[in-house]
Design a binder for this molecule. Sequence first.
Ligand code: NAP
Length: 284
Amino acid sequence: MATLLKGAAAAAALNERTAAVIEGLKAKGITPALGILRVGERPDDLSYERGAVKRCDALGIAVKKYLLPEDVSQEKLMETIKGINEDAAIHGALIFRPLPKHLDDEAVRQALLPEKDVDGITDGSLLGVFAGVPKGFPPCTAQACMEILEQAGIDPKGKEAVVVGRSLVVGRPAAMLLLQRNATVTICHTRTQDMEGVCRRAQILIVAAGRAGVIGADHVSAGQTVIDVGIHVGEDGKLRGDVDFQAAEPIVEAITPVPGGVGAVTTAVLASHVVEAASRSVRS
Ligand code: NAP
């Protein structure tokens, strides 16, 4: 039976480290603050927002919400982001995307200052991730995968790591974070030949394909650590991942559950990024 890599353990360890940094900031009279910018009321956004606010409240991070109607104009949205950029009391901002179709996502992405970009959406943050320099922040989900590995005591150094998915939100940044930790990294996508063989040779397999159960028994092998980023609601209303858990779990060494895996760590990462942004603002 595989070891279950529960997100709660990684989140708790990270929250403990974050709380210690907050204490130091508060001693200097600084309360870290997160700005949440939401357009409309998508259920996914509302659910993530509830989790983020709960986490921030528990840690003593202030939250200011910027709530705009579904039909907001581009001008009003850009003005709001400018306000966040200029407000020294807001250290980091979370902008929910995808935005309604009439809005220019690219302009929004680039409008936020990288130093406040705690969910890694700007080119500045991506440059930081790709160059391995502390500019902006990696996307929270990609970073959450690293926190799970760290909590499990798995050092990527020298290991063969395979990432399934090449999106800018998860796959590519996760691959870069593994590379920063000296793993030997392969990225798979829909044109990859012999997916099963490539995945099987991984010691660390991170799956962010956005297709329920796409990774099965043929893709995994003994001794592997499998991190499943996918989240899907099945016809039975239950959550499941990109990995067919029933098929993979008996074979691999360790695996994240869905729910209760990567998703359980993202708000802890978000909080840690806000606190790091606040710390950097003191240093600069
Ligand atoms: P995405 O933008 O749809 O990207 C999916 C990637 O997977 C693409 O690069 C695609 O390849 C590749 N892919 C799809 N099917 C494949 C297959 N059969 N074989 C190999 N590669 C395949 O998705 P995303 O935004 O990265 O999200 C990935 C998953 O993570 C989703 O299930 C999403 O719900 C979940 N997610 C979870 C969290 C969390 O907090 N846990 C946060 C964000 C996202 P091509 O580039 O060739 O099309």
